[in-house]
Design a protein around this ligand. Structure first.
Ligand code: UGY
Ligand code: MN
Length: 244
């Protein structure tokens, strides 16, 4: 049905809200039996790229020379690297360093959140190695002593990594304790529930399936609304000097 041109999606200088009714699918080079919904990229103002990959059974991701992180949203997929083989299920994730040969092939219909970023080397820290994990095996810690707001860090905090990916789970009514304004940018995929996201001078209703990009210094705040927890997957660049 026509929505007469209405959507919650909006593209602003320092933030983007990308809702499923506006998603456009495209095949990225090297993808087989798969497509991508590119949520944000340098063309949109970000220093990284984030897309949702939708793979048919037997489908695979194309190659990249950049660092790649992915998180399994749905389905089952096999990851092969030079040295390891893993079968990934929902909640599994993997970090692939730049220039690391790997293949990711779906066993069944599979959806992945994929983040790619050029690596910023640091003289004092070695580049990271391949890392594979499952969200449920990572510790859940309260943010600012609030037990109703739990954070899981999927990647180590070591300075070798130039970005972080976390999940954040808010009990109904829980909220960030402050409006954050920081140099790091975010790519955020709402996984469950919903609430109100403040971005810049706007307050948006958001729900599972929505994507948000927050540029550097974008004022941001979230409060969970509803009878079930709200959960999101959130990327941020960090561990590097702003002038690096
Ligand atoms: O890690 C963060 O900056 C996080 N607290 N930001 C956010 O949830 N918008
Ligand atoms: Mn933040």
């Amino acid at each position: 049905m026509h929505k007469l041109g209405h959507t919650r999606s909006t593209n602003q200088r320092d933030h983007l809200l990308h809702t499923p009714d506006t998603f456009v699918r495209a095949v990225l080079p090297g993808m087989e039996r798969a497509n991508a919904i590119v949520h944000i990229s340098p063309a949109g103002g970000a220093a990284f790229t984030q897309y949702t990959a939708e793979l048919e059974p037997g489908g695979s991701l194309g190659p990249t020379s950049n660092q790649r992180f992915f998180y399994v949203l749905e389905g089952v997929a096999d990851l092969a690297t030079d040295k390891t083989f893993h079968t990934l299920t929902p909640g599994s994730y993997a970090y692939i360093p730049e220039d690391a040969a790997h293949s990711l092939t779906a066993q069944q219909t599979t959806r992945l959140a994929v983040i790619e970023k050029p690596y910023e080397t640091l003289a004092s820290a070695p580049a990271p190695e391949v890392l594979v994990g499952h969200e449920e095996k990572t510790p859940s810690v309260p943010l600012n002593d609030d037990p109703d707001l739990q954070v899981r860090s999927l990647l180590p905090g070591s300075p070798s990594f130039d970005f972080a990916v976390n999940t954040m789970t808010y009990q109904p009514g829980a909220a960030l304790s402050m409006v954050e304004v920081h140099v790091m940018e975010h790519g955020l995929l709402m996984l469950e529930g919903g609430g109100i996201y403040r971005l810049g001078d706007h307050w948006y209703p958001v729900t599972a399936g929505d994507f948000i990009w927050m540029g550097p210094f974008c004022p941001q705040w979230f409060g969970a609304i509803g009878k079930r927890p709200a959960k999101y997957l959130i990327y941020k660049d960090w561990n590097r000097h702003p002038l690096a």
